[in-house]
Ligand binder design. Structure first.
Ligand SMILES: Nc1ncnc2c1ncn2[C@@H]1O[C@H](COP(=O)(O)OP(=O)(O)O)[C@@H](O)[C@H]1O
Ligand SMILES: N[C@@H](CCOP(=O)(O)O)C(=O)O
Length: 303
């Protein structure tokens, strides 16, 4: 019997101005061990606090994704026995659903023998998710920029060096589903505003490439695509940002759809700030997170 082990990273999307387009993989993981189920039924064992309450049968999101992927190639997905552990809190803006989606696709790829490359898996992942900002870094690692064109179902991605900064995630104890946080966004933007915010986004990326973190940070905090509409859903956001900027942060932005708040800061200053954030915002968990460079990893074990 063969067992597949997956280690699937979390991600932080948007980085302020890169709505639905920019994301970075983080060293927090969904870890999965899977083998064929003897009784041909799906079984899930969820370990740790974050996965409690998820279904333990074929209603599971991961099962549905695996079945969707295999059906697309006219194959059938065998039932699996899965053991999962995660340190990615759900519905906090750290890409837990993208990690689950990528898990489902990698399981389908291996157990239904689809033989898809990472590039092809990314195409599939983005087609399901609708935007590549979480799934692309989750699959490839690092900082990824991407665009999905639904008319031709094509995703193109590009990479830049990971920023040489420390990253602090301030994670509230309450959940905010991406679905809810997308409902507060406007349907349209004027041409004038679209030009302004894409110019800000372009400048942010160029500054990141040049390791000019002061300018990149300044641009990140000028977002007009999503942050102004979502801030009211995260009552501590402005106070966290004010404190971080007092402590010398380059930028503080909403991570993904929130409610996690992400701060980029010089390595020399991050320790002091993370302790102060923990002290001042005791209902949140503030932690230093490192950037994951390699994306999802998989190992096959012969039992
Ligand atoms: N490991 C997982 N297995 C199954 N479903 C998951 C898993 N992780 C996340 N999900 C689903 O995704 C939802 C959270 O997705 P979402 O609102 O997009 O937030 P985020 O992706 O920012 O954590 C969860 O409530 C759950 O339904
Ligand atoms: N671009 C999306 C990203 C959602 O990320 P998540 O981690 O909150 O699922 C959005 O901002 O809606």
């Amino acid at each position: 019997m063969k067992k597949l082990k997956l280690k699937v990273p979390a991600s932080t999307a948007n980085l302020g101005v890169g709505f639905d387009s920019i994301g970075m993989a983080l060293d927090k993981y969904l870890e999965v061990e899977a083998h064929l189920s003897e009784d041909k039924q799906w079984h899930f064992e969820h370990i740790g606090p974050h996965l409690q309450g998820l279904p333990n049968d074929e209603q599971h999101y991961i099962t549905k994704i695996a079945q969707t992927a295999t059906a697309k190639f006219s194959k059938s997905m065998p039932a699996l026995n899965l053991k999962m552990y995660s340190d990615i809190p759900l519905a906090r803006g750290l890409g837990s659903s993208a990690s689950a989606l990528v898990t489902g696709l990698f399981l389908a790829n291996y157990f239904a023998n689809l033989k898809l490359s990472k590039y092809e898996l990314l195409q599939l992942a983005t087609e399901i998710e609708g935007h590549p900002d979480n799934v692309a870094p989750t699959i490839y690692g690092g900082l990824v920029l991407g665009v999905y064109d639904p008319d031709v179902k094509q995703t193109d991605v590009s990479y830049i060096d990971i920023p040489k900064v420390d990253v602090i995630a301030t994670i509230p104890e309450y959940e905010l589903s991406t679905e809810k946080a997308r409902k507060v966004l406007p349907e349209t933007l004027t041409l004038k505003d679209s030009v302004k915010y894409s110019a800000i986004s372009n400048t942010m990326i160029s500054a990141l490439i040049q390791h000019n973190y002061e300018l990149a940070g300044k641009m990140m905090m000028k977002d007009g695509f999503h942050e102004p509409y979502r801030q009211h859903l995260i009552p501590d956001f402005e106070n966290i940002k004010e404190l971080a900027l007092q402590y010398g942060a380059y930028a503080t932005v909403i991570s993904g759809a929130g409610p996690t708040v992400l701060t980029l800061i010089k390595k020399e200053l991050s320790g002091k700030l993370v302790r102060e954030l923990q002290n001042r915002f005791q209902d949140c968990e503030s932690e230093l997170v490192t950037i994951n460079r390699y994306g999802v990893s998989q190992k096959i074990i012969n039992l």
